[in-house]
Ligand binder design. Structure first.
Ligand code: SAM
Ligand code: SF4
Length: 334
C-alpha cells in the first residue's frame, strides 16, 4: 500500500486514527472524569456502527494504517465487537488496537481477538485495592487484574499497562507497577498527568517522566529499545531480568508533536487533529445529510490541513493560562 495521502501543512503524514466510540465510563479516574458526571451523550448523538465503518474506510483508503478504539470506556458499547470486526476487515498493517480500563474485558476478550483486535492497552494506576480506588474512585481492581492475565494468555501481539502518574496519589506505585513486567510479557508505560477540561490537575501533582524514570533507575537497570514503524510516542526500555518492558510517555516535558501522525474521531463524529484542538470538524452532520464519500473526504482534508503545529502544554505552565478543551478526556478519547 502507498504512503498516506493525508499530509498536514507541516508535512506530517497522518497514518494513525484513534476512534472514541462512547463517552460512557464505569470508572471515574481522578485525572480524567469528575466524580459527579451522571449524564452522557444520548445514543442518537453517537456515531453508529455503520457510520464508524464508513469514516474508517475513507480514512484507511487515504493512508491510515493503524486504528485504536478508545473512549470513555469502549467496552461499555454493546456493539464493540462488531465495530472492531468492520474496521479490521480493512486490513490494517499497523494493527487494530484497543484502550480499555479492563473492567469488562474478561467477558469479551476472546471475541475481540476473533474480531481482529491485535493489541490492547489496559489502564492500571495502582497494584492494591486502596490505590486503585483512590485513582479510579471505584472498586474494580480484581476485574482489571484478571483482564490483564486473560489478555496475556490470548494471542494479542502487544499487551500494555498504561499508568498516569499523579504525585501524591500513586507515585509510590511506580516500582510496584513496573514489577508487573518482571515475569510477564507486558509493557508498563508511565504517562505524564496532563491538564484537561475541568480535571483536577495542579502543577504539584505533575511528575515529569525524568523523575519517574529516576525512581526506576535507582531500582533497575534499564536498556533502550529501538522503535517499530507503527509504534506510538512512548520511549521503551528493556529491564535487566524482566520478561516485559517499561516505557514513558512525556507529552509535557518532551513534547512529541513534530512527529505526530494521529487524528482523532470523537464519539459524536467530530474529527480532531489534536487532543488539544479547541475547534471541531463535524462529519456526522454532513454524513446524516447525505454527503458523498468525496464530500466527506474534502472535509477530512481540510481538517488535516488545519492540524495544529503543537499542543499548548509545557513544563512550568499554569493551567488557567492555557487554552484547553473545556470537555473532559472521556468525551474525546484519550
Ligand atoms: N477508558 C479507557 C482507559 O482508561 O484506558 C480508554 C479511554 S482513556 C481516556 C485513554 C487514556 O487516556 C488512558 O490511558 C488514560 O490513562 C489516559 N488519560 C486520561 N486522562 C489523562 C490525563 N489527564 N493525563 C494523561 N493521560 C490521561
Ligand atoms: Fe474512564 Fe478511561 Fe477516563 Fe478512567 S481514563 S475515567 S477508565 S475513560
Amino acid at each position: 500500500m502507498s504512503e498516506s495521502r493525508l499530509i498536514d501543512s507541516f508535512g506530517r503524514a497522518i497514518s494513525y486514527l484513534r476512534i472514541s466510540v462512547t463517552d460512557v465510563c464505569n470508572l471515574r479516574c481522578v485525572y480524567c472524569m469528575p466524580e459527579s458526571q451522571m449524564h452522557f451523550l444520548p445514543s442518537a448523538n453517537l456515531l453508529s456502527r455503520s457510520e464508524i465503518a464508513r469514516l474508517g474506510g475513507i480514512l484507511v483508503r487515504e493512508g491510515v494504517r493503524k486504528i485504536r478504539l478508545t473512549g470513555g470506556e469502549p467496552l461499555a458499547r454493546p456493539d464493540i465487537v462488531d465495530i472492531a470486526r468492520d474496521l479490521s476487515s480493512f486490513g490494517l498493517p499497523g494493527g487494530l488496537a484497543l484502550s480499555t480500563n479492563g473492567v469488562l474485558l474478561p467477558r469479551c476478550a476472546e471475541q475481540l481477538v476473533e474480531a481482529g483486535v491485535d493489541r490492547v492497552n489496559i489502564s492500571l494506576d495502582g497494584v492494591d485495592a486502596e490505590h486503585f480506588r483512590r485513582m479510579a474512585r471505584r472498586d474494580h481492581l480484581d476485574a482489571v487484574l484478571q483482564a490483564i492475565e486473560i489478555a496475556l494468555a490470548l494471542p494479542f501481539t502487544k499487551v500494555k499497562i498504561n499508568t498516569v502518574v499523579v504525585r501524591g496519589f500513586n507515585d509510590d506505585q511506580i516500582v510496584p507497577l513496573a514489577e508487573r513486567a518482571r515475569a510477564s510479557r507486558v509493557g508498563v508505560r508511565f504517562i505524564e498527568f496532563m491538564p484537561y477540561g475541568d480535571n483536577l490537575w495542579t502543577s504539584d501533582q505533575y511528575m515529569p517522566v525524568e523523575e519517574i524514570r529516576g525512581v526506576l533507575e535507582r531500582r533497575f537497570k534499564i536498556i533502550p529499545i529501538e522503535k517499530g514503524t507503527h509504534d506510538g510516542p512512548a520511549v521503551e526500555f528493556a529491564v535487566e531480568g524482566f520478561e516485559g518492558t517499561i516505557g514513558f510517555i512525556s507529552p509535557i516535558s518532551d513534547r512529541f508533536c513534530a512527529g505526530c501522525n494521529r487524528m482523532r474521531l470523537t464519539s459524536e463524529g467530530q474529527l480532531k487533529a489534536c487532543l488539544f484542538s479547541t475547534g471541531n470538524v463535524d462529519l456526522r452532520g454532513p454524513m446524516r445529510s447525505g454527503a458523498s464519500d468525496e464530500e466527506l473526504l474534502a472535509i477530512i482534508r481540510r481538517a488535516v490541513q488545519n492540524k495544529e503545529e503543537r499542543h499548548p502544554m509545557f513544563p512550568g505552565m499554569i493551567k488557567s493560562g492555557l487554552s484547553l478543551p473545556t470537555r473532559n478526556m472521556n468525551t474525546i478519547g484519550g
